[in-house]
Design a protein around this ligand. Structure first.
Ligand SMILES: *Cc1c(COP(=O)(O)O)cnc(C)c1O
Length: 368
């Protein structure tokens, strides 16, 4: 028997969440973001789950080629663009759209003959201060890119820093849109704005600017970038991580648990040992009190997460035994909730799912 730990990917939920993104942004075409192995779900599953998307966006050049080789015929976008001039021929050969965010990338495109036209997303830095040209330098970058033979469509792109909070005190979306318009208004071409946070607030944003393209990621995987809960937005979990109790200990008052003996029993109690640890991607920093479900009953983590195991309080679980089913996150336990308890975000938990975890596919509400 394999270890009981298993992640079940819900392709039906991925489809459902894509539909939610569509209804939030009905006027936009939609890049489904599948970087980081489709947020831990598997690139090929991302391709199937988001078959109805208008395109797939990612950052890994080798995986962009893999998508083509796996039969994806709709657009593909490299969100960080290319990393070396030797990547330019790939764009033409596999018909891959590329972000262009710096002068070095423009030079790579200038120096390499394109034997087939390509489409690019020119990126503006409107305050995120990671990638892109500043609004005042943007038109010049556009002009230089436009002059390159072989560049067909140029789409104008920016990325929001605080899309989960419309009125962020330091940098509101409205301010980023204002800067974007300052740099790009009057230039021909489509617009690409909005990660999940922007898509979820599309109704408010549309008053300022309708985006031709949106680029949701986390919402398609049943998480949110912050703010309200995924369930409030009608999003469904796409990854359920389940395991089993593989050992039970009865503690006496004063007994401690695990490395560092961080948890000490105040009373006589039962704890369960779950086959899941940080080497599986479960966050080692998850503290005592992080939610977990055993036999359908909500309980909490106790003690420190170790490499292959973690320990949970069985007090509220009447008939817990070796073999009891455990849900770490997903169906019945939103990944965002576990992430929040562990001081991180759902993105990190799903992306960090380790290679050694068995993955299956199944619908929500089933045991996978
Ligand atoms: C990752 C990424 C997204 C998706 O962000 P989410 O918060 O997961 O929706 C969109 N655009 C760009 C440029 C990205 O890198």
């Amino acid at each position: 028997m394999p270890r009981p730990l298993c992640a079940t990917i819900h392709l039906d939920s991925m489809q459902h969440n894509l539909g939610r993104a569509r209804s939030c942004a009905p006027l936009s075409r939609l890049w489904a973001v599948v970087k980081a192995n489709a947020y831990g779900h598997g690139l090929e599953r991302g391709m199937r789950g988001f078959a109805q998307a208008d395109g797939l966006a990612l950052v890994e050049t080798d995986n962009a080629v893999r998508l083509r080789e796996s039969g994806w015929i709709k657009p593909i976008l490299l969100l960080e663009g290319i990393f070396d001039a030797s990547d330019v021929p790939l764009l033409a050969e596999h018909n891959i759209n590329s972000a262009v965010h710096c002068i070095e990338q423009i030079k790579m495109l200038e120096y390499t003959q394109l034997y087939r036209p390509i489409d690019v997303h020119l990126k503006m830095n409107t305050g995120m201060n990671r990638l892109g040209f500043r609004p005042e330098d943007y038109a010049a970058a556009y002009k230089r890119l436009r002059a390159i033979p072989g560049i067909r469509h140029i789409t104008h792109m920016t990325h929001f820093a605080n899309a989960d909070e419309l009125e962020h005190p330091r940098l509101a979306i409205g301010e980023q849109i204002r800067r974007f318009r300052l740099g790009a208004d009057g230039l021909p071409g489509e617009r690409s704005l909005s990660n999940s946070g922007g898509v979820l607030h599309q109704q408010q944003l549309a008053a300022e600017l309708v985006s031709d393209w949106v680029r949701p990621g986390i919402m398609l995987y049943g998480g949110t970038p912050g703010g309200r809960s995924a369930q409030d937005y009608g999003l469904r979990p796409t990854m359920t991580l389940r395991s089993e109790i593989i050992g039970i200990q009865r503690l006496q008052p004063g007994d401690t648990v695990g490395y560092g003996s961080r948890f000490e029993a105040e009373r006589s109690m039962m704890i369960g040992v779950v086959a899941c640890g940080y080497a599986d991607g479960y966050p080692r920093h998850a503290p005592h009190g992080t939610p977990v479900i055993v036999d359908g009953v909500r309980t909490t983590l106790v003690g420190r997460v170790s490499m292959d195991m973690m320990t949970v309080d069985l007090t509220p679980v009447a008939n817990a035994r070796v073999g009891s089913k455990v849900t770490l996150w997903g169906d019945g336990l939103p990944v965002d909730e576990v992430a929040q308890a562990a001081g991180t975000i759902g993105y990190e938990l799903m992306c960090a799912l380790a290679q050694r975890v068995r993955v299956t596919e199944g619908r929500m509400g089933t045991d996978g």
